[in-house]
Design a protein around this ligand. Structure first.
Ligand code: IPE
Ligand code: IPE
Ligand code: MG
Length: 249
C-alpha cells in the first residue's frame, strides 16, 4: 500500500487546537497540551502501522516563543518528557527521530534529549519521525541561502549551478522526500510558516478536529481523502489518465 501513488510517502501535520480544547472544558491550556501529547503518541503509532514512510509534526514554532513564559516552559517540559519516555517505543518500532528547527534556542536539557534520541535511532528505517521545534520555514530558507552563499564565496558552488534540488538539499529537511499530504487540525486554514518549500506541491487537508481529539480515524479519513485526489503536477486530467502517469510519479 505504501508504495502506491494513492498513498502519501510524506505526511506533515500542523497540530493545532490544544488551547481551544482546554478552554472549551474550563481546563488550563496545559491540560490541552498534555492531551495533545497523547494524540502525538497515537498518531505516530498509527502512521507507522499504516506504512507512512515519513511523518513530520509541527510541535513548536519560532513565533510560539512569544507565548506566556509558563506555557512555553510547559511545552518544553512536555517535549522533553516525550523524547525521554518514547525512546524505547521508537526503537521498538524502528522509527528514526529527526529534529528540525533552531535547536540552539531550546533549553539545554531538551536539546540534549533530542540529540540523544536522534543518535539512538539514527540507524532505524521503518519510518522517519520529524519533529519541527522552534521551526519557521522562512528562517530555514534563509539559513539554507546563507549556507549556499558561503559555498559560492569559497568557490565550491557557481551561482549558475544553483537549482531547486540544491536549495532543497540545503534545507533542514534536505534528506526527506517532498511533503505529499499536509494536514492541519482545529479548523484554521493557514500554513503558519510550515514547510513552505517542501510542501509547495502537497495536497492540503483541513479538519475541524482539535488536536487532542485527533486519532486513528482522523488520520485514516485524511489518507482516504488523499487517495481520491488527482495530483496533476501541471498536466491535464486527460494526460494523467493516459500513459504519462507513470513518468510523472
Ligand atoms: C497547538 O495548539 C500547540 C502549539 C502551537 C504549541 P495551540 O496551543 O495553538 O491551540 P489553540 O490554537 O490556542 O487552540
Ligand atoms: C502553529 O500553530 C504552530 C504549531 C502547531 C506548533 P499556532 O497556533 O502557533 O499558529 P497560529 O498562530 O494560529 O498561526
Ligand atoms: Mg493554535
Amino acid at each position: 500500500m505504501s508504495d502506491s501513488p494513492e498513498f502519501p510517502r510524506h505526511v506533515a501535520i500542523i497540530m493545532d487546537g490544544n488551547g481551544r480544547w482546554a478552554v472549551q472544558r474550563n481546563h488550563p491550556r496545559s491540560a490541552g497540551h498534555e492531551r495533545g501529547a497523547d494524540a502525538v503518541r497515537r498518531t505516530v503509532r498509527h502512521a507507522r502501522k499504516s506504512g507512512i514512510r515519513c511523518l513530520t509534526l509541527f510541535a513548536f514554532s519560532t513565533l510560539n516563543w512569544q507565548r506566556p513564559t509558563v506555557e512555553v516552559r510547559e511545552l518544553m517540559d512536555l517535549l522533553e518528557r516525550f523524547l525521554v519516555e518514547e525512546l524505547d517505543e521508537l526503537r521498538g518500532n524502528h522509527i528514526k527521530l529527526v529534529g528540525i528547527g533552531e535547536r540552539e534556542l531550546l533549553p539545554t536539557s531538551v536539546r540534549e534529549s533530542l540529540e540523544h534520541a536522534e543518535r539512538e535511532t539514527a540507524h532505524l528505517d521503518g519510518m522517519t519521525l520529524v519533529l519541527a521545534v522552534s521551526y519557521d520555514g522562512r528562517r530555514d530558507l534563509v539559513r539554507a541561502a546563507r549556507l549556499l552563499a558561503e559555498q559560492v564565496r569559497r568557490g565550491t558552488l557557481l551561482p549558475a549551478d544553483l537549482d531547486e534540488h540544491q536549495l532543497s538539499k540545503a534545507l533542514s529537511t534536505g534528506d526527506l522526500p517532498d511533503v505529499d499530504l499536509l494536514v492541519r487540525t482545529s479548523g484554521e486554514v493557514r500554513l503558519s510558516g510550515f514547510l513552505p518549500f517542501e510542501a509547495c506541491y502537497a495536497e492540503l487537508y483541513f479538519t475541524p478536529v482539535l488536536w487532542p481529539e485527533f486519532d486513528e480515524s482522523t488520520l485514516d479519513a485524511a489518507l482516504e481523502e488523499y487517495a481520491h485526489r488527482q495530483r496533476r503536477f501541471g498536466l491535464t486530467s486527460e494526460q494523467m489518465a493516459g500513459d504519462q502517469l507513470a513518468s510523472v510519479i
